[in-house]
Ligand binder design. Sequence first.
Ligand code: CO
Length: 211
Amino acid sequence: MKIYEKLLLENKAWASEKVQDDPEYFLRLSKIQTPEFLWIGCSDSRVPANEITNTQPGEIFVHRNIANMVIHTDVNLLSVLEYAVAHLKVKHVIVCGHYGCGGVKAAMTNHDFKQVLNMWLRNIKDVYRLHRDELHQIDNEEARFDRLVELNVQEQVLHLAKTSIIQRAWKHDQRPHLHGWVYGLKDGLIKPVFEMSANTNIDSLYEYDDL
Ligand code: CO
């Protein structure tokens, strides 16, 4: 059996198990999608949104990229955000990073990862530069790495709040609540590190006054 054939086989077993437990399961899910959460996580295979939160299909709308970044020129991320916030009307947006993130670690080096990855990682280097004073006070390299993971999540949440998508929903609908979380690969636990409730004041430079 080829390695990918195992996935298809497991899929068959999973689907029949679901139907056994609940004959209407797929019929119900196929009709409507009403998730309350948008998850922006890292692509890392060890941080699957549904599994670590024990949620089911239909509960979380998911976007993942390297190091869970919110980049304002990323049409993919912005489309997902717009759809989740304006159409699905999610109540919570969660940016979930993780300790031991390879993307964050790579950004801490001076290695040339070639153009496309360099371009992506540069956004994490910007986070480092913004918080250089705090980070340089941490002698232990592992602890500094952990802290950058947390600060990166915080900055990505702030990036969300800078978008007209979030500000419009805050103004007209008093949602969504923004959360910055960090998942621990070593213990499986999620640590909340930052949050912004609807209409939290942001730097006025980024505020739209005619939404
Ligand atoms: Co990662």
